[in-house]
Structure formats: C-alpha cells, structure tokens
Write a protein that binds this ligand. Structure first.
Ligand SMILES: [Zn+2]
Length: 187
C-alpha cells in the first residue's frame, strides 16, 4: 500500500464539517510508524488516537487523546512489557491569508485560507511518539510479579527497599555498591 493510500484517512475534509465538535478515531499499529522518516522500529503497537476537531468560525481546535500499548523492555528488570501510553495534546489551526509559507508555532499550525483538507498524519505521529515514556518500566503491581526478573530486581534493591516505587534512581548506585561489598565480605 502506498503511503498516500495508507494515510488517506488522516486527511480531514474539514470544509464540509459543521461548526462545533466532530470526533475521529485512528487505529495505530506498527505499520503506521514506517511511513515517517527517522522513526524507530516498533513492535506490537496497539494504539488508539481520538481526535476531537472543534470547528470555529475563524479557526479549529484539535484535541488528541492517545491511549494504548507498545512492546518495550522494562528499564529495571529487562522484562518484555506492554508499555502503556496515555496522553493528550491540543493544537490550534489558524487560517493564513499571507502568501508563502507561514512558520508554524509551538502548538499553532497555519494553513492557507483557501485550504479544504487538513492532513493530521504528521501530528498524530508526533503525538504518539511523544506519548511513549522515556523511561519504560513494569507497572507498580507487576514489580516482583511472575513475569519479572527477580534476580535483577534483587540486585537493584527492590526487595530490601520498601520505600515504594521511586523513579529517581540516582541514589541506587551507592545502595548497590554497599550491597556488593556486603556480599564480598561473606566470601
Ligand atoms: Zn520490570
């Protein structure tokens, strides 16, 4: 399937929409990512994106709700996990009467005033990518669960440190060093 055909559903014929909110649903799988340059290969992505387009007389407001899972490796115990994605983004679409290209701002997209369609594929790609957490990990209730690599977790001090889940692992190196030296003394 060519890129144009595959991404056709992302071309929104907003000119025909009534004023007010219209909702669009997109199913995002691994194939979707391959249409974008520089995309990391993904596995097992099962992502739903709902876009609510609020058409107003002089502009449009787009709310994107990203929800789903993507296969990843837990940073802590190296488990294969379904990393959950949950995020939302807002973009303002304004019509430009200027000739030539308008520079897009942070959350504002400019399109020519005589435009009839809006291609949201790039926006969907960017928002799905942004919703993938930089640090990937098992959910709290999975830590130490049947799928978890307990050996590695023990080395990281997950069973001796009952302070709960702490995403700031800065002080862990020292903890581990102390445990290792304690182990060495046992030899
Ligand atoms: Zn884990």
């Amino acid at each position: 399937m060519s890129r144009d055909v595959a991404l056709r559903e992302f071309s929104i014929p907003f000119i025909g929409l009534k004023l007010g909110e219209t909702s669009f649903d997109f199913e995002i799988g691994d194939k979707f990512f391959t249409y974008f340059e520089g995309s990391e290969p993904t596995e097992g992505s099962n992502i739903q994106v709902e876009m609510v387009l609020d058409k107003r007389p002089n502009m449009m407001v787009l709310d994107f709700y990203v929800e789903g899972t993507i296969k990843a490796t837990c940073d802590r115990c190296l488990n294969d996990i379904d990393q959950e994605l949950l995020d939302e983004f807002t973009v303002y679409v304004k019509f430009s009467h200027e000739t030539g290209e308008m520079e897009d701002e942070d959350d504002v997209v400019f399109i020519p005033a005589n435009e009839t369609h809006l291609d949201v594929s790039q926006l969907v790609y960017e928002f799905v990518t942004l919703s993938i957490p930089f640090q990937k990990g098992c959910r709290a209730e999975e830590i130490g669960g049947p799928k978890c690599n307990k050996e590695i977790l023990a080395k990281l001090g997950f069973f001796s440190d009952e302070k709960g889940e702490d995403d700031n692992d800065d002080n862990n190196d020292e903890d581990i060093d102390q445990r290792w030296s304690a182990l060495k003394k046992l030899k």
